[in-house]
Design a protein. Structure first.
Length: 225
């Protein structure tokens, strides 16, 4: 049977080691130049440009131009969710690319997954929100309840503005290190942005790791005990 979606094309795009490394680098949520992505993949700039053209044609990355510079980012949330899910599946099968390094504990504790919080802290946040009745789960679907809307509004998050966006307010995303779900969607992005803007946490340079300050961790744990 040759009808329906062709997953082989997506599999081929992601399955190439160089392209996989570039996509993983973009999971940090930042737009990167072709030169930066070539470095992440360990390939020449010319080869990276060819790979990026294929990824863009396949709808996995999008290009942004700023002056003379071109930047690349994941095309949308769906791509980030797909990659994190594949990472979780690979980790569950013991398919790890390298031995755990110095940054591994930090990545497992808290990291950015495209645009939202992942790792132990991300899973903890969703677990507590479900336990409090702020979020209800139905399989992979998540819904923000009225009590949850009041709680996040108290943090300064404009929920009506989130609902006005075309993407879901709440989604679940399988966490590759915890093997459980964390919160994504526009609310997941807004929560992480609030933690950073309030000085609770900051991104580590050249890493997906999110580093909470002592006070920020205390306040996070008080909010999600």
């Amino acid at each position: 049977m040759k009808e329906g979606p062709d997953i082989s094309q997506i599999g081929a795009l992601i399955g190439d080691p160089a392209r996989a490394n570039m996509l993983t680098a973009l999971m940090g949520g930042q737009a990167l130049t072709a030169t930066e992505l070539a470095g992440a993949a360990g390939i020449t700039l010319q080869t990276a440009s060819s790979h990026l053209s294929r990824l863009e044609a396949g709808g996995l990355v999008a290009q942004r131009k700023q002056g003379r510079h071109r930047y690349f980012a994941l095309a949308d949330d769906e791509v980030g969710l797909l990659l994190e899910s594949i990472m979780g599946f690979a980790a569950s099968r013991g398919l790890l690319r390298t031995r755990p390094g110095p940054k591994d504990p930090a990545l497992r504790k808290a990291r950015v997954c495209y645009n939202h919080l992942a790792g132990d802290f991300g899973v903890r946040m969703l677990d507590r929100m479900v336990a409090y009745g702020d979020v209800t789960l139905d399989g992979d679907d998540a819904t923000l309840t009225p009590s949850g809307e009041a709680r996040v509004a108290a943090l300064g998050i404009d929920v009506p503005a989130l609902r006005a966006q075309r993407r879901p307010v709440c989604r679940t995303c399988l966490d590759w290190s915890e093997r459980r779900s964390h919160l994504s969607g526009s609310l997941g992005e807004a929560m992480l942005a609030r933690f950073i803007s309030d000085g609770w946490a900051k991104r580590e340079k050249d890493s997906r790791a999110i580093r909470f300050t002592g006070e920020g961790e205390r306040r996070f744990m008080a909010l999600f005990p």
